[in-house]
Design a protein. Sequence first.
Length: 85
Amino acid sequence: MIFRSRRSSGFTLIELITVITIIGVLAVVVGPRFASSDVYEERTFLDDLSAALQYARAKAAGSGCITQVDFTSSGFTVSVDSDCN
């Protein structure tokens, strides 16, 4: 009886399933980080705005002067009337 040796070409089913599983795990772990970069920037802006509003409120209450928060297309500024006019 003569046996022919099989040439190994291609991938086995186990190798294919392993690679697909690894790609799936990476997509689940890394994917949301790229998708949520806008959410992170928005959250940072809101935290900065909250801190600025608290600062403006404390300055107005402590000094009795007019304190103003101006919104622009690039962000916001806090102005305090130093001579209370």
